[in-house]
Write a protein that binds this ligand. Structure first.
Ligand code: NAD
Ligand code: AHE
Ligand code: ZN
Length: 369
């Protein structure tokens, strides 16, 4: 079949909206009509060329929601008409990682997904004879896409696609980092570096967890009002702090944060996020994705004296199990997604979403098909 898609032909170039060829689903695969997709900073990270795993040409997008059009041979858990959210972290429930119960990082299709192809080693997307890569196993910047069955969460049918698509990455990553990864307890003091599409969900998660002080750190003063609406108690603009940021944050938190979260992808901030944690027990969670060649640094003494450095992908969520529950939280009014979706646009205008992100204007832009 043919489908409209935004194709990234080379690193650093704007996306090109065009008609591409899409092969139907093979065994264990599902054809999905994408109804809406968010644009995450990770799409921009790879588009820019900063991602060491970046492959081109490719169809980006990993924050979508849609409807099953056709289930391939052997698919048992989904049927035509089901509403779904594609998962860049699948959940096969059979691999060593899934069975360990220690991680959400299912390994069933990790290798081929990283190579931009389906589990059988081939791509479903092409233009004539030229192959186009899949991205993170999702490629939601295409009106129709093919996704493995184990990488689709079935969701309730009354949930609006243009809102719950954000659960496909940003919402789950931010809230999950607090609840699943850090396991923030009531009364804890939390510092969040970066108040964009991920950081604001960390704030919302910290409020759900019953945190006491929730301190937001961002260079963009326009983030303040929305962050306060989501539960931030104190705003710190590093550009306005006299002297060093770390001692300032340590003083603000009576000796250091119980938990900190880096939601930018900047290795210098990752160090500050660790070092503003409380001696003896502070936990710092890396969420941001840093460019190729970057490395984190700190004095080992920071860890010797009890601080813990950890990271999280997709908020530690097991997608097929957890995503339908997060959709319920949204539908029950327990979490706010609407206020974070600041812009919507048709696929033809998708490059505007990247411009808005760079200008610090948007939290989440959503393409509605
Ligand atoms: P975003 O562009 O919406 O937000 C980034 C925020 O960081 C902005 O508010 C910006 O003003 C702020 N910022 C930039 N430089 C700063 C600095 N030096 N000090 C303080 N604040 C600064 O991005 P996003 O979509 O929220 O994504 C954030 C990061 O999380 C990205 O690196 C993205 O790739 C990563 N991410 C990781 C996962 C995961 O599973 N680990 C999932 C989604 C996104
Ligand atoms: N390819 C990058 C790593 C990118 C990365 O860390 N991706 C996260 C999801 S970000 C979502 O917005 C992830 O889940 N990684 C786990 C995995 O298995 O890819 C690089 O730097 O090489
Ligand atoms: Zn993402």
């Amino acid at each position: 079949m043919k489908t409209r898609a935004a194709v990234a032909t080379a690193a650093g170039k704007p996306l090109e909206v065009m008609t591409v060829d899409l092969q139907g689903p093979k065994a264990g695969e599902v054809l999905v009509e994408i109804k809406a997709t968010g644009i995450c900073h990770t799409d921009e990270f790879t588009r820019s060329g900063a991602d060491p795993e970046g492959l081109f040409p490719v169809i980006f997008g990993h924050e979508g929601a849609g409807i099953v059009v056709e289930a391939g041979a052997g698919v048992t858990s989904l049927k035509k008409g089901d509403h779904v959210i594609p998962l860049y972290t699948p959940e096969c429930r059979q691999c060593k990682s899934c069975l360990s119960r220690k991680t959400n990082l299912c390994t069933a299709i990790r290798n081929t997904q990283g190579q931009g192809v389906m589990p059988d080693g081939t791509s479903r997307f092409s233009i004539g004879k030229e192959k186009i890569h899949h991205y993170m196993g999702c490629s939601t910047f295409s009106n129709f896409t093919v996704v493995p069955e184990i990488a689709l969460a079935k969701i309730r049918e009354d949930a609006p696609f243009d809102k719950v698509c954000y659960i496909g990455c940003g919402v789950t990553t931010g809230i999950g980092a607090v609840i699943n990864t850090a396991k923030v307890e009531p009364g804890a003091n939390v510092v969040v570096f970066g108040l964009g599409g991920i950081g604001l969900n960390v704030i919302q998660g910290a409020r759900l967890a019953g945190a006491n002080r929730i301190i937001g750190v961002d260079l963009n003063p326009r983030r303040r009002a929305l962050a306060e609406k989501f539960g931030m108690t104190d705003f710190v603009n590093p550009a306005e702090v006299e002297g060093e940021l770390v001692p300032y944050l340590v003083a603000l938190t009576d000796g250091g944060a119980d938990y900190s979260f880096e939601c930018v992808g900047n290795v210098d901030l990752m160090r500050q996020a660790l070092e503003c944690c409380h001696r003896g027990w502070g936990v710092s969670v890396i969420i941001g994705v840093a460019a190729a060649g970057q490395e984190i640094r700190t004095r080992p003494f920071q860890l010797v004296t009890g601080r813990v450095w950890m990271g999280t992908a997709f908020g530690g969520a097991r997608g097929r199990t957890d995503v339908p529950k997060i959709v319920d939280w949204y539908m029950d009014g327990r979490i706010n997604i609407d206020d974070l979706i600041t812009h919507t646009m048709p696929l033809d205008d998708i490059n505007e979403a990247f411009d808005l992100m760079h200008a610090g204007e948007s939290i989440r832009s959503v393409v509605v098909y």
